[in-house]
Design a protein around this ligand. Structure first.
Ligand code: XMP
Length: 305
């Protein structure tokens, strides 16, 4: 296990040396890896760090505001690119095409913003398992577009490249990052888009964001799952009031896992599931039906696309 009191000063020195007098840009996602990198770099090079947060419009409810608050004092640049991402996703139904469109758009927006800042170095929160998995080709789809990003900069700085996730969390604590960052559930780069079956539209994103908010509020603290979220499966018939409606079908996904490679559904009591389902259909008028996903990984993946 890494020792924070040794690791932190060494990493700060490494960043200082690598950056020289140049500006360094980092894409902050709010995840623990990029947050730790940004916190280390802020200590190393102060104002020469350019932290950029791209709001893809595919983030969870309140996420952008939370990140603005947490990183306000390192002058976080927030790029509101929601419309751009929705436009890039219009008409796309194939899961791989969706991931590709999001990855490409992300790189375009990031490079555009990075160029404006005059930064020549890129700071990346690559950790040890990322390197192993991308070398082995297992998670290539999780790193869409990693290459073009690298090519636009003269230097890449990866201060946590030898750490495991639990070590990164430990460093986050030692750097006094808030608990919601230190213990944040995994959230995929393509965001809510991989939790929507078929085309991503503004309405679907709005519905899934609200459902996800309720599910996290009901499940995270009570069951401490490795990951839980809402997915949007499609339309189904329902009755609300005196009317038959064609409403959205929401799936609740809650799993326990060690590393995301395999996973088991969380054993939530049936009465609790019914209560959460009722809350979702009551609070989101456009939802007609709620189901609980009982499938382990394998054969299902954790995300839906
Ligand atoms: P799957 O769905 O493949 O997911 O069982 C395993 C774990 O990886 C996360 N995941 C992603 N993380 N970019 C990411 O950074 C992605 O494109 C991506 N897709 C899946 C997923 O949330 C789960 O924790």
């Amino acid at each position: 296990m890494v020792k924070p009191e040794k690791f932190i000063p060494t990493a700060i020195e490494e960043i200082k040396k690598a950056a020289g007098n140049e500006k360094v840009v980092v894409a902050l996602s709010g995840g623990v890896d990029s947050s730790v990198c940004a916190a280390l770099a802020a200590r190393a090079i102060g104002d020469r760090l350019v932290p950029i947060y791209i709001d893809t419009g595919l983030m969870r409810k309140g996420e952008t505001e939370r990140i603005k608050t947490i990183f306000g004092d390192i002058r976080l640049q927030v790029v509101d690119a929601g419309d751009e991402f929705l436009a890039a996703l219009a008409g796309i139904t194939d899961p791989e095409e969706k991931r590709k469109a999001i990855g490409e758009r992300f790189i375009r927006v990031f490079e555009r913003e990075a160029k404006k800042s005059g930064a020549t170095c890129l700071l990346q929160g690559t950790i040890y398992p990322d390197r192993i998995e991308s070398e082995g080709g297992i998670k290539s789809h999780h790193n869409v577009g990693g290459m073009p990003l690298k090519m636009a900069f003269t230097k890449i700085i990866e201060p946590i490249r030898d750490l495991y996730k639990d070590e990164v969390r430990e460093i986050a604590g030692a750097l006094s990052l808030p608990p919601e960052i230190q213990h944040r559930m995994p959230f995929p780069g393509p965001g809510l888009a991989v939790r929507i079956i078929g085309e991503v539209t503004r309405e679907k994103v709005e519905v899934i964001r609200e459902a996800n908010w309720i599910i996290e509020a009901e499940i995270v603290e009570r069951y401490s799952p490795w990951q839980c979220f809402a997915a949007l499966l499609g339309l189904g018939t329902g009755v609300k009031g005196d009317n038959r409606i064609h409403g959205w079908i929401v799936a609740i996904r809650a799993v326990n896992s060690r590393d995301g490679m395999t996973a088991d559904p969380v054993d939530i009591p049936f009465a609790e599931l019914m209560r959460i389902g009722s809350r979702i259909t009551a609070e989101i008028p456009r939802v007609a039906r709620v189901v609980y996903d009982v499938t382990p990984k394998p054969p299902a993946t954790i995300e839906y696309e």
